[in-house]
Design a protein around this ligand. Structure first.
Ligand code: FES
Length: 140
């Protein structure tokens, strides 16, 4: 192989690779669902309403973070399960009907308001709707 043939081989290969990358990139862009990612805006189904009796709660993942859905006498309540003190994951104490933090004994009521302990703010609340028996957790 001469130097000229070798040079033509590499230049031609580079051109073919560039064309292939462009075609594949375009096809990838046009593929249905391209760029479809949770945008954080819409409600997310987190379970069946009938699996959480009044007075109980379910720990769920909401947008990759821990959350609680509590079935109170007033209806369903959705709260972040991340403590506002040092970000420990809180839990539902069914016997006392309170949300507790295992790290520094923070306590919250069913609205997410601090009852006692060091948490400086309430737990962020999420909108909850029951649609066709499914619990839909919405935006904050
Ligand atoms: S992290 Fe919850 S009380 Fe400290």
């Amino acid at each position: 192989m001469t130097r000229r043939e070798l040079l033509d081989y590499f230049v031609g290969g580079g051109f073919a690779a560039t064309v292939a990358a462009g075609v594949l990139g375009t096809l990838s862009y046009l593929r249905p669902g391209h760029g479809a990612k949770p945008t954080g805006g819409g409600p997310v189904e987190v379970g069946d309403a009938n699996e959480i009796p009044v007075g109980s709660a379910k720990a769920v993942k909401f947008r990759e973070k821990s959350a609680l859905v509590i079935h109170t006498k007033r209806g369903f309540v959705g709260l972040s399960a991340i403590c506002t003190h040092a970000e420990c994951v809180v839990y539902w104490d069914e016997e006392e009907q309170l949300i507790k933090c295992p790290c520094h004994a923070g306590v919250f009521d069913t609205n997410g308001n601090r009852v006692s302990g060091p948490p400086p703010r309430p737990l962020p609340a999420y909108r909850v709707e029951v649609v066709a028996g499914k619990i839909m957790l919405g935006g904050a």
